[in-house]
Design a protein around this ligand. Structure first.
Ligand code: ADP
Ligand code: UVW
Ligand code: MG
Length: 403
């Protein structure tokens, strides 16, 4: 029996999302999530998809990512899908920061682990969790290939003019300060799926991808290759996000230090965890913000307007970067679900050939779909992302190639 299953682990700062897939037909055998890791009320939700048996949920303290992964392995074993299965071909890991070293999915060895560890200072929320996920998986199945799929990989095609900050070159190079970009697995998948929706080859299509989740980023994809993206050295730059500020004058930091007496760590926490939508109005969930706006809440409305203003600026910027745009694709939690965000983001851009048809925009579906009016010059689309499937596909392709 040949091994055809891949377990995908997407370890975030306080969560692990996972999927077990059978790559013969890319079907899912189990999916799940562990959240609030490190708190007293961690929650594990596991859904086996093999027998329609329904989800199992469990709440209690899960101290760290190692304990989380062991709990996931136990849940999988209960369904006969344990990590000891000979059908498991590989474990694929989302790794957020790969620096300039990794442009492709990579089989993990000691040197790869050391490089991911070296990059912790530029991805302090993400890379430590990714490392623990890999090490724990290695301990559970030392014989299996562990494959790292990097968020940064898709963006390594950016030209220097987009990747460099305009700061002293020697200083930038000494500390590897440059724009790396993130969510690359999603941007690559969505750009390709958008071309498919248009019935065209990815290599001949220019797309602006708007990945709007809790973290959010935009990218300009020219003929299938990324030429610019909104996140930078870290996932803090760019769009307004759930809890992150995105772009601002860097002098705000000096001001808060000198005048506000704040420490580096305090400002880091402020900008990464207490800013963006939650900093502006106290909520980071777009559903809650829309509900408050419907009730006439002014702070929620202002937060929404700031979010949209930034998004619209990036659409305009990437339109200029690309020159010709075939499609604008909305994806991730907000992009796939929040029709008012999509409507507001392209409102007034008819001059650029961009418009949303209200009836099409109101449709709820898990399928890629056009929301621009028939015959529009630029397609506006909703294209659900699937980072886990993309990681599984890349992982399996690499493992099969190496056999
Ligand atoms: N039905 C919905 N309407 C509006 N926004 C939604 C809806 N469902 C989810 N979201 C938004 O999606 C966000 C999560 O997106 P997701 O892509 O899952 O983020 P992440 O992967 O960063 O956790 C939520 O914070 C919420 O703002
Ligand atoms: C890189 C990044 O911002 O990831 P996430 O959206 O999962 O936090
Ligand atoms: Mg996400």
């Amino acid at each position: 029996m040949s091994s055809s299953r891949v377990l995908v682990l997407n370890s975030g700062s306080s969560s692990v999302k996972y999927q077990l897939l059978d790559m013969r037909d890319s079907s899912r055998l189990a999916v799940g999530l562990v959240e609030r890791i490190g708190e007293e009320t961690s929650r594990l939700k596991h859904t086996p998809l093999t027998d329609g048996g329904g989800s199992r949920e469990w709440t209690g303290p899960i101290a760290d990512h190692e304990a989380a992964l062991k709990a996931v392995a136990e849940e999988l074993a209960k369904d006969g899908l344990g990590l000891d299965s000979p059908e498991l071909a590989a474990i694929g890991h989302r790794v957020v920061h790969g620096g300039q070293s990794f442009t492709e999915p990579t089989v993990v060895d000691d040197a790869v682990l050391a490089e991911i560890e070296r990059l912790i200072p530029v991805a302090p929320l993400h890379n430590p969790a990714n490392l623990t996920g890999i090490r724990t998986a290695q301990a559970l199945r030392p014989d299996l290939p562990q494959v790292a799929v990097f968020d940064t990989a898709f963006h390594t095609t950016m030209p220097e003019s987009a990747a460099r900050y305009a700061i002293d070159v020697e200083t930038a190079d000494a500390y590897r300060v440059r724009r790396y970009g993130f969510h690359g697995t999603s941007h690559a998948y969505v750009a390709r799926a958008t071309a498919e929706l248009l019935g065209r080859a990815p290599e001949e299509v220019n797309v602006i991808v708007l990945h709007l989740g809790n973290g959010a980023s935009a990218s300009a994809v020219e003929n299938g290759r990324c030429v610019d993206t909104s996140m930078g050295l870290t996932p803090l730059e760019g769009l307004v996000m759930g809890t992150r500020s995105g772009d601002m004058d860097p002098a705000v930091i000096f001001h808060l230090m000198r005048v506000g007496g704040m420490s580096t760590d305090e400002i880091d926490t402020l900008l990464n965890k207490k800013s963006g939508l939650i900093g502006l109005c106290g909520d980071n969930d777009m559903r809650e913000i829309r509900r408050r706006i419907d009730e006439g809440d002014e702070r929620a409305k202002l937060a929404f307007d700031i979010y949209i203003h930034r998004l619209k600026k990036y659409i305009g910027a990437y339109y200029a970067v690309l020159g010709r745009v075939d499609a604008v694709a909305f994806t991730a939690g907000v992009g796939e679900n929040a029709a008012p965000v999509r409507e507001a983001a392209v409102a007034g851009l008819e001059g650029l050939g961009l418009a949303v048809d209200d009836a099409r925009n109101a449709v709820r579906s898990d399928e890629p779909r056009l929301i621009s009016p028939a015959g529009a010059r630029v397609a506006v689309a909703v294209v659900p992302t699937d980072e886990e499937l993309e990681i599984a596909t890349q992982t399996y392709a690499l493992v099969v190639k190496n056999i």
